[in-house]
Design a protein around this ligand. Structure first.
Ligand SMILES: [Zn+2]
Ligand SMILES: [Zn+2]
Length: 336
């Protein structure tokens, strides 16, 4: 079967032939991958910024945003039937079995020795078939087949908002979203769903299609950063943006940092103290967040979701790892 992988010997992204995996252990199922989304994490993996192949391999099959069909329910026990549509969660527990991994929250792993499909230590889903344990699969209703590839990025949003609400002492009424990528736009939809009035700031001019899409997601688009907000959700890849966002927090404000890059900068602890503010980091998502993401995809405006997705053939993978790929909001490779 065909797979798109990063090769750690040649330092390139390549298409390669790999054997079709076989479900062997109890609970494992064979998945026929329907489509795979590509994001900034994949582009960082392709640039060898981080990530690791499975032990003993010199390549990593990419793909951590996927929709798949159960091709073979495997040896059982069976939670899924042949033909069921699913989306896989990404993170798998650490070998040490830390307290959070034991309670199915590998997204909160204490040892940081977790593995992630398509990112670190485990092959991903940018391939025709994959084997996964049924406990790591979230059911997708057939009517959401066309948008379920967004479940993984939305699961990140769901966890981020949960983290913010867990810290905040009053129900938030306003949110500032930084970044008009898939995570930023999905955050705007999730805020609207929760009755939180959102503003979205990004570098594009207000006439840009992304800015207009942000407004269709329910956010007021800000060309210039202004105002004071109950929540700030950073989804930019820029530490400078995260610091600017922290500066926009009101009393009891909570800033969730999702992808600030590696930069550092000054913080005013006095502001945090006087205004009871918090900065929270969040990564990955729990199985519950994935399930909630699938539910929310069923509630969001399907036309707006469709506008985020650019479908391309499997063979177009080189373009997904080129800098110009970022012009599409979400490139999705059709596998089957
Ligand atoms: Zn991703
Ligand atoms: Zn752990």
């Amino acid at each position: 079967m065909r797979a798109v992988a990063v090769n750690y010997t040649t330092r390139r992204v390549e298409e390669r032939e790999t054997p079709v995996p076989v479900p062997a252990l109890p609970g494992e199922v064979l998945l026929r991958v329907v489509e795979t989304g590509v994001c900034g994490t994949d582009r960082e993996l392709a640039a060898f910024a981080f990530g690791a192949p499975p032990p003993g391999a010199d390549y990593l099959i990419l793909g951590h945003e996927a929709v798949a069909e159960v091709a073979d329910p495997g040896p059982g026990p069976h939670r899924f039937r042949k033909g069921d549509l699913v989306t896989p969660t990404i993170r798998r527990p650490c070998a040490a079995g830390c307290a959070t991994c034991r309670r199915h929250r590998a997204d909160l792993c204490l040892t940081l020795q977790y593995r992630e499909r398509g990112i670190t230590g485990l092959h991903g889903f940018f391939t025709e078939f994959a084997v996964e344990h049924q406990d790591n699969l979230v059911a997708v209703p057939p009517r959401l087949a066309g948008v379920a590839v967004l479940a993984e990025p939305l699961s990140v949003v769901e966890k981020a908002l949960d983290r913010a609400l867990a810290v905040r002492e009053e129900a938030p009424r306003t949110a500032l979203i930084l970044g008009a990528g898939p995570v930023g736009l999905l955050t705007a939809l999730a805020c609207r769903q929760r009755g939180i009035v959102s503003s979205l700031h990004s570098l594009e001019p207000a006439s840009h299609p992304r800015a207009r899409l942000a407004e269709r997601c329910g956010a007021r688009y800000l060309e210039r950063l202004e105002g004071v907000f109950d929540l700030v959700i950073e989804a930019t890849g820029s530490a400078a943006a995260a610091f600017a966002g922290i500066g926009r927090l009101g009393p009891l404000g909570v800033c969730v940092v999702l992808g600030p890059g590696v930069g550092t900068g000054p913080l005013s602890f006095l502001d945090f103290v006087v205004r009871n503010q918090s900065v929270v980091g969040s990564v990955n998502a729990s199985p519950t967040s994935f399930a909630r993401a699938v539910d929310d995809l069923g509630r969001f405006d399907p036309d707006v979701l469709a506008r985020m997705i650019t479908r391309v053939p499997f063979a177009d993978y080189p373009a997904s790892f080129a800098p110009a790929a970022a012009e599409s909001i979400k490139r999705v490779h059709v596998i089957h």
